[in-house]
Design a protein around this ligand. Sequence first.
Ligand SMILES: [Zn+2]
Length: 315
Amino acid sequence: MSKHTASVALAVVLWFASMLLAQSARPTQELIRDATTQASPRVWTAEDLFRRNIQTPAQQRTPFTPHKIVGNIYYVGTEALSSFLITTPQGHILIDSTYEGNVPGIKDSVEKLGFKFSDIKILLGSHAHGDHQEGDAMVVEMTGAKAMAMAEDIAALSSMRTPSGKARPNYQPLHDQEQVKLGDMTLVAHLTPGHTHGCTTWTLQVIEDGKTHDVVIIGSMGINSNSVRMWQNGALTSLGEEYARGFKAMHELHGDVVLGSHPAMHGMQEKYARLKAGGTPNPYIDPTGYQTELDLEEGAYKLLIQTQQKESPQP
Ligand SMILES: [Zn+2]
């Protein structure tokens, strides 16, 4: 064995050992992100995370108690699909209409919080999948809001089916790092592709009790099936590369409040229970939450690549 071969072999062994350690060192508790999670697998696969996020059809349709999250951000979505209301004296921003059938429930939630649905001026979204943005046409019709979306998602959003047959909104295109301003609020759209071509992670700052907090609203870095090809013929597929770009962009973000397009991404059940019990400080202020969720989602992506690398090359 040459010196070179030996050092390569050593490097491979060390890499493998570090992967095993990284997986076994992850405490089970850390993986339990939501009270509704049942089993807690040692390492989350893409499908484990998908099931954690998507929950049941009933949970996707059942409004969750509307509540203030932090500063002027409010939760107005269902048990399994997030909708966020960001209020300003000059009108409001809604992120994610979810299913069209959920829109009346979102309106109720906004009103229960003491705001007017018709004061929504801007409609944004996380990504071009029906469970997050099917209802856009109805929100625009009911509020007259301007719909804006990452340019890379507009083709999919425009061809999305709407159960009522309403015409899809005319989306104003946004680009990576573009700011959306309303009143005293500035949101930044970050292109975090992979889950969809224009999947968008939003960042903003809010003030609560005189303190400024960095908020990250994760679009999704999820992979909906373990059979999605990330690696083929000795290389990342184009989708695998797209996810790699998405994770790179995600690593550049920082938040001490994490939110996600599915509430399981930010452990809403558990945080809301603490909030309701009078928890101080605000349980949504969670300086490690963003990194933990990012690691979980990236871990599933890496695991899928490792699994596909071990398989024989596809013909
Ligand atoms: Zn999706």
